[in-house]
Each structure stands twice: as C-alpha cells, then as structure tokens.
Design a protein around this ligand. Structure first.
Ligand code: ME8
Length: 507
C-alpha cells in the first residue's frame, strides 16, 4: 500500500497566525487529501513550536508565564487549522510530554554516538530567527535576514556538524530529488560545500525549553527540539514501531524557503548521526508578499486568515493560494488578484459549467443522469481529456506541482464549456426531432461525466464545494477508484444551487 507522511513546519507562537502560515498548511492539506483519495495511507502532521527565547520574550511582553502564553497562542493556531479545514492527523505541541521525551531520547542517542561535546559558545545570535550567525554574515549589526543580532557567550553543548559535510553531500548526490525546487537544492549544496562548523545546541541564558538530559542547567537549542517533532509524531524513540517504519521512509517536509538550512542541513545531519535516514523530500515553497511588500506587523499589512475567509469563503481562499503561484516561487497577495480568481476561475468557469449543466438536466431531462445514445468523436474527445487527468494529476502531486494540478483540471473545465457552446443542448431541446432529443441526452450525459471527474479531483482543493457538486450529481462514490467505472444513468439529481457567486469589488 502506498503511504505518505506529510508535514508542515510547526509554527512559532510569538504572533498570531497569518496568510503565510495557512499557505503551508493548506498546501499540505491538498496533498494529504489527494493521497487519501488515491487510496494511500496518509499521516498529515502540523503543530506549534513553543519553546525558545523568541516565545519566552513574547510571553514576557504579554505579561504572562511562557506556559500560559503558549496555551493561549497554540489555541489560535489550532483554531486556524480547523478554520481552513486542514485534515491533519496529528496536531503536535512541543510542550507535550511525549515530545520532551522524544527530544531527550534523540539527544541521548547523539551523545552516546559521540556526536555531542561540551564547550563554550561565543558568537552572534538572532532571537527573531532563533539562529546563530557567523561574523562574516553580519552586516551593520544585522543578520542577512535583517534580524537584529546579539553577542552570546555561554557554556554550550555542540553537535559535530562538521563531521557530516561529506556524508550530506554524498546523500544529496545520490538523491537528487531530496530537496525541491532545484534552485533550493543548489543553495543547500553550496552552503554545505562552503564548510560546516560544529553547531551550538544548548542555551543557558533562559530556561523555557527541553532540559538537556543529565544537565538541566542547559535547555536544548530550540531547533534541535523543534525538528524532532517530525519523529515524535511517529512514536520516536520507538524506532522499531510500526508508525516510524511505515511513514518515515515516505516523509515529505513542506516548509517555507526561510527555514531550508535547518531542514536540509542540520536535520539530516542529526538523523544520520542518530542512525536514521534523512527525510525523503524537503520541498521549500516561496514567500507571499502583500501588494508587493513583505508582510510584517510593523507595516500593519499582515493578512488575517480569519478575516480573509469571512470575506471570500474558505474554498475560494484555498483555491486562490494554490492556483495563484507555482509552488516553490514567490507570490503576491492583492485583493484584485483574489477577486479575479474568484470571478473568473470559480464563478465563470467552474460555477457556470456546473450550474448550466445540472440545472438544464434538472429541468429538461427528468432530473436524473441521462441515458446516452451513440457517442460521437467530440464526445469521446472530451471524455478522453477527463480520463487523462488521472495520470497528469498523479504526476503533478508526485512533484508537488500544486498549481499545475489546478491548471490541468481547469483545462478540462474550459474544454467542457466550449463543448456546451458547440453542442448547444438548448437548441437540441427546442427541436421537434426525437433524434435531437436523444442527442441532447448524450451531450448532457457526457457533461455530467466530465463534471463528476472535475468534482472528484477538485476535492483536495475545495473539499466543501466539490462535495456539494457531488451531492447535486447524486454521487456517493468519491475516491479516484470511482472513476474507473463510467457514470451510471438514472441517478436522481438534487436541485442545483449556485456554488460560487461573483464578488464585486467593495467601494
Ligand atoms: O520557522 N509566505 O516558525 P514560523 C509564505 N518554528 N510562507 C510563510 C510566510 C510568508 N510570508 N510567513 C510564514 C518557524 N510562512 C519554526 C519552524 S519546523 C521544525 C520549525 C510559513 O512561525 C512558511 O512555511 O516562523 C515558513 O517556513 C513558516 O511559516 C515559518 O513559521
């Protein structure tokens, strides 16, 4: 049986969830839903990264204890995951006991393998990025990301990252698809080739974190703790357990490009050092801006997902995010772009197709899937295009080409709309000839069959809307296997209602 393990980053709790966070989770959800419909056994993980200096400082600023602050903020991330209809199997919080145990077990394993030593760290640290920086990377007192840095000098445990330079390069050489897109892979390779220094993996200046085993003066560096979440959720340290054995070899980490170094350098090195294989694939997507500007609290232009969904509806937001930019590239959110997608792709293309065809059948063909007569070349062509979706879409999903997934479906929607205009079922209806009436039924059958394909494949993108279309079509079988048998005639339709009203620009 095919298995898939799909993860999002676990999000920091220092601020409220915004568009960028829901983007990764929606992308993961689309993949998870697709693979379930394809018959795979799927585990989809998301959650919150609750430790570290950044969260401790945010709690302090809010006048709360870190734990009380974390509980309050984690609730918002849980709420937004539900608001976007994310079908996660596990929502993991790093403050959970099982996670502390897993992180400590990984640490002990690394220590036993001689991969950890104690020394002193003196260097730059950016709390905003929770990252160490080399002297050579600091420019005008800032990290390359623009984050302010502070000088840190403290006793620290180190991980022998330098020892993993060669094994990592060999691993990526042998697994050219392990980091996507390819531009990100090149970036990672050149970073590794530039030389890896041992990594400080504990802090002593604050205590909000997972205690280092046998030395509780130290808390683990938040990234070693955070990255472990991906195996905590599979029952680590039980490496022989069914979950780890089944899902880890099929792991896909979806992340933003900002955190590629942690995922593609540190994490695989920790895993190799602990005797575990690196993740199968890390896919780093691009960055959303808002009207051309970086979203930031200080600019006040952060998009609130709750408000966005209240204005446009959940499914249009999900569709927009996936369709608007190629997965892996940067993109810009603007109200104009959003409105254009809703009105053209959803209201005009998909919405009109479904509404025109289903209400026509409802009114003029006894409100049931018609019995087709002899199929003509045009009919077969359109049905073949819908049939080809199976392989095209599978390839798209194997490559995390989420935008292409939408485009392929919408090409068929476009063909179907052209077919209606060409076949003119309304003229056939008006004709006196019984032959024309039979032809009308054939045309409507073909369209209903194409709509069934489109709706079934649209479920991962827009679960609620696709489900309404399938309800209206009277379809109960909704996995991809259902498409291996032709649409049955005679199934009663329910009265169609418009799915995607046009939205006019406010003001
Ligand atoms: O980095 N555009 O958490 P984080 C696209 N806790 N994606 C965006 C985005 C934007 N403008 N802003 C945020 C952390 N994201 C760590 C992760 S994992 C073991 C630990 C998304 O709250 C994107 O996925 O800063 C990015 O990688 C993630 O949110 C960063 O979330």
């Amino acid at each position: 049986m095919t298995t898939r393990y799909i993860t999002t980053p676990i999000y920091y709790l220092n601020g409220e969830p915004h568009l960028g966070h829901i983007y990764t989770t929606i992308a993961g959800d689309v993949l998870a839903r697709y693979w379930r419909l394809a018959g795979a056994r799927v585990k989809f993980l998301t959650g919150t990264d609750e430790h570290g200096q950044k969260v401790a400082q945010a709690a302090d600023a809010a006048g709360e204890t870190p734990k009380a602050y974390a509980d309050r903020m984690a609730k918002l991330f849980l709420d937004v995951s539900q608001k976007i209809n994310a079908s996660y199997d596990v929502f993991l919080r790093t403050t959970e006991k099982r996670h502390h145990e897993a992180a400590q077990a990984l640490w002990s394993k690394l220590e036993a393998a001689g991969q950890i030593y104690k020394s002193t760290y003196s260097g730059w640290y950016a709390v905003r990025d929770e990252a160490y920086y080399e002297e050579s990377e600091i420019f005008e007192g800032k990290a390359p990301t623009g984050a302010p840095v502070e000088w840190v000098e403290e006793p620290s445990y180190f991980f022998r990252l330098s020892a993993w330079e060669k094994p990592l390069l060999e691993y990526y050489e042998a697994n050219p698809q392990a980091i996507l897109p390819i531009g990100r892979r090149n970036e990672v390779l050149s970073f590794i080739k530039g030389g890896l220094r041992d990594l400080s993996i504990s802090r002593t200046k604050f205590s909000w974190g997972v205690a280092v085993p046998q030395d509780p003066q130290h808390v683990m560096y938040v990234w070693i703790d955070a990255l472990t979440n991906y195996i905590t959720a599979l029952g680590y340290p039980n490496v022989e357990g069914e979950e780890l054995q089944t899902f880890w070899p099929e792991s896909l980490h979806l992340i933003g490009k900002d955190i590629i170094r942690f995922h593609a350098v540190y994490w695989p090195a920790f895993l190799l050092a602990a005797g575990l294989p690196p993740p199968k694939r890390i896919f780093a997507h691009g960055w959303w801006t808002h009207d051309g500007e970086k979203m930031s609290k200080s600019l006040g232009n952060v998009i609130d997902p709750f408000k966005l969904i209240d204005v446009y509806g959940l499914d249009p937001v999900r569709y927009f995010l996936v369709r608007e930019i190629p997965f892996g590239q940067d993109g810009d959110y603007s109200e104009a772009a959003m409105l254009s997608r809703v009105n053209s792709d959803l209201a005009n293309d998909l919405g009109n197709l479904v509404q025109r065809v289903l209400s026509f059948i409802y009114k003029n063909a006894e409100a049931q899937i018609p019995q087709p007569d002899e199929l003509l070349g045009v009919d077969r062509d359109l049905l073949a295009k819908a049939g080809h979706l199976h392989d095209l879409l599978r390839d798209d999903m194997q490559a995390q080409a989420l935008q292409a997934y939408c485009q392929h479906i919408w090409e068929v929607i476009g063909e179907a709309n052209r077919y209606i205009d060409g076949q003119k079922p309304w003229s056939l209806k008006k004709s006196e000839s019984p032959q024309d009436h039979l032809r009308m039924k054939t045309v409507l059958y073909v369209l209903a069959e194409v709509i069934r394909h489109v709706a079934i494949y649209t479920q991962p993108l827009m679960p609620d809307s696709a489900s309404k279309i399938l309800d209206q079509l009277g379809q109960t079988e909704r996995t991809f296997v259902a498409l291996t048998t032709p649409l049955k005639s005679g199934i009663p339709l329910t009265e169609p209602t418009p799915l995607f009203p046009r939205i006019e620009r406010e003001s």
